[in-house]
Design a protein around this ligand. Sequence first.
Ligand SMILES: Cc1ncc(C[n+]2csc(CCOP(=O)(O)OP(=O)(O)O)c2C)c(N)n1
Ligand SMILES: [Mg+2]
Length: 449
Amino acid sequence: MFRAQHRAQRACRLLAPRRTQSTSAPQQPSGRHGHLPSSQSAITTKMHFFNSVMGEGKQIPTYRIMDKDGKLLDGAQIPEFDRSFGRQLYETMSTLPVMDNILYNVQRQGKISFYMTSHGEEASIVGSAAALSPTDEVLGQYREVGVLLWRKLPIEEYMAQCFGNEEDKATKGRQMPVHIGSPKYHFHTISSPLGTQIPQAAGVGYALKRDPERRGQNCAVVYMGEGAASEGDFHAGMLLASTIPSPTIFFVRNNGFAISTPSTEQYHGDGIASRGPGYGVDTIRVDGNDVLAVLSATREARRRCIEGGRAVLVEAMTYRVGHHSTSDDSFAYRARAEVDDWVKVDNPLTRFRAYLQAQGWWSSPDEEEMRARLKNSVLQAFKRAESKKRHELKELFTDVYGGPEPWNITEQRQELAGLLKKYGQTWEPWRKELEKFNGKGQDLLKATE
Ligand SMILES: Cc1ncc(C[n+]2csc(CCOP(=O)(O)OP(=O)(O)O)c2C)c(N)n1
Ligand SMILES: [Mg+2]
């Protein structure tokens, strides 16, 4: 009885609006002119339309610590970290382009079906990852493999997922390349439909808040592009985290494009950050190419999330240097010179390297040694992944749903088995394809006997 009452009281507290009194009776007008029933807004006789959270015509400022040459700005406060952390940060950022270049070419050779690079966004992705606890729950969009690298996912595992081979434990070759997931690294599986991860993250954040073991310890972190923030799911997720408060960081990578649509055509307001205050969510806009600013802003976002149990929105301003994916040629809609300019003028890697060198924490021999080592380990991982067979074909139908197998899965397995029986050994393209699978499809035939 007491527990039920306690639970009901807690639910009321959680559901009560933050700034207004929760009462079933309408509030009595007070003051000379009276108040509105659901607002404590001051009454004014001056007609005033507004369109900016910062006041007339002003944009939300961008938080920055170091300039494009890696020099600290006057008055900037550096986040606390030591030499080893700084080097780790730079190495992880540097791993991304090495891995991306190799996998991009591997896709071009037809060895994997698809790929997406992180070129230009290394600071946003790795800098934010470095501010989190390794057990915070991450729900990514698709350009955030840097989070997994920071958490020390072996490159072999990522390669295995991209090849969909027998070592692809999380997705068993059933997802597109890059659509990785890993319970061990608290990284939820990527799904292609844009924005689905956003309300899910608010739910994950709420689940963390309800879990006595993880409350106050962990938050949910959802990554998205500014394009995905145009989905209704963005607003659903923000509203959910705002009204049913949860420790959820909404991290927007504003990289200037949603495939070929420039951000200037995606919104008329002041970016994505301006939407945060509408939901009563603490918000910051940060220079996404300044890894120190991203690290510092995300650390503070996390502190607010964990201590206050409420959502925070971070908008990281960056630039997508690579094509959207291997299915895109971005020079059809932007000038090559524009891209070259960004790489030279504002490169997150050279910026941070300059900072580290000025500290005496990095040198040219360090750079040479690291590049050779990274290239070697990515190539080794690639060779390993290429040499592995795929899972048994019957795995296509296992553990798709929890509980008893639904009829449609059974039906699909039987249909494929029928086709295998008919064409598996006689039609050359199928015969060749089956060679790539462990068991060559015989396992599936046995499973349907
Ligand atoms: C619901 C939905 N609509 C459209 C697409 C096709 N699509 C895939 S990625 C993408 C652009 C997303 O841009 P953004 O969110 O800015 O992320 P970025 O690629 O810039 O990292 C689009 C339109 C999709 N996957 N899902
Ligand atoms: Mg984008």
